[in-house]
Design a protein around this ligand. Structure first.
Ligand SMILES: [Zn+2]
Length: 70
């Protein structure tokens, strides 16, 4: 095996690892912080203290996204 072949193999292995990492990557999820993402109230599970907060936060995120796109 030549030196170039070794380099090629290393590059190929690296590419495979990247592809594997991408394949294993889950859909982006919101990290559990222990606080409501909207009003920062302490919560034991989920991401919001109430469905109202979730809806309001989603509206806020949507507004931010659309403001940036405009
Ligand atoms: Zn909240």
């Amino acid at each position: 095996m030549s030196y170039a072949d070794i380099l090629d193999e290393a590059a190929e292995r690296e590419q495979q690892m990247i592809e594997l990492a991408l394949a294993n990557r889950k859909k982006p999820t919101v990290e559990f912080t222990g606080k409501c993402h909207f009003c920062e109230e302490v919560i034991s599970k989920g991401h919001y203290c109430s469905s109202e907060c979730r809806e309001d936060h989603e509206k806020e995120l949507w507004a931010l996204k659309n403001r940036r796109a405009a």
